[in-house]
Design a protein around this ligand. Sequence first.
Ligand code: FNR
Length: 367
Amino acid sequence: MSMQYAPFLDAIPQDLVSASDYSRYAKEHLPQTIYEYVVGGGADEITLNRNRQKLDDILISPSLLQDCTNGGTNTVCMDEKFRHPILLAPVAFQQLAHPDGEIATAQAADLLETGMIVSTLSTKPLEDIAENLTQPKWFQLYFQQSHEFTLSLVRRAEKAGYTKLVVTVDAPLHGIRNRAQRAGFVLPEDISAANLKDRPPLPRQSFDASQSIVFQGMMSEVPTWDDIAWLRTQTTLPIILKGVLSVADALKAKQLGVAGVVVSNHGGRTLDCLPTSIEMLPLIRQAVGPEYPLIFDSGIERGTDVFKALALGANLVCLGRPQFYALAVAGALGVAHLLRILREELEVTMSLAGTPTIKDISSDSLI
Ligand code: FNR
């Protein structure tokens, strides 16, 4: 296929041809504790497993004998042009996978004309990552313990040229991560969140017997709808909420002037027994109307998955774990190869389904 990538291919093992192959190889390239931390989900992993099951249950209805010669994966979302609708989801601490961390991921994204959402918890400074990106670059914001420090991150993101703020709202605290606990995962001492280097120390908290470390402790610092409304008054960057899984929350976001939402269950890593994003996506699309930007993640591993999400109402989709695996196996080269695989799988799916452009993909494309 595309000649410009040909030199890469010699370096990639012959049996590494799909996103799930990267997962298989990553197991050999990562310390077991890190692999278990990344691959795992919340508690009994009911949501994690369901993410795949529900995507697999959907079947594509092909429309034959269509002229696809003018086809393409280009799309526009929130005034930004995308070469294809597959973005890199924010994934924290990428130096766990590779010494070059998010810089390597950004270089691969740029080469494959892929938008990237950079995590607050990146191991490289958000400015250094931005320098490597000419494609749409969005900054994922975790609210911090003070508005002042949260705002300092926003200002840095604005200055570095990020064009959207993706505020993650579904993970105010970790879910129950039994798999990572069993594996004994702790963040290695030499890995840290580069953007939070100057964060003021957290105040020491103490609790009496009537109080809960969850409610009065961790949850006392996390944002509410009022904080989202406040953030809107502080920046001209469009705000996207990540982690929305109900019609009510999607409608509330829209009413509040939030520019779009990411329908996501955080890859099954937060609350177990949440519904899958693919189950909620069509319901949310129906409620918010055809124009409201919806981004999808949780479970995408194939071009057919991308296609299914687009058919059910997503404008863009994001890849989480696969980018981490590809980075662990082969650094920037691995991520570039992964993105190329996904892009080509999407092109093949669109061609065989008889939907030559992104606009042609609709619920009619599914059984
Ligand atoms: C994540 N995710 C995540 N999300 C976020 O908003 N900020 C973050 O820093 C992280 N960090 C992170 C680390 C790791 C190791 C994983 C696996 C995931 C969630 C991520 O953006 C995305 O929602 C899911 O990964 C999507 O599911 P898949 O593609 O992994 O199935």
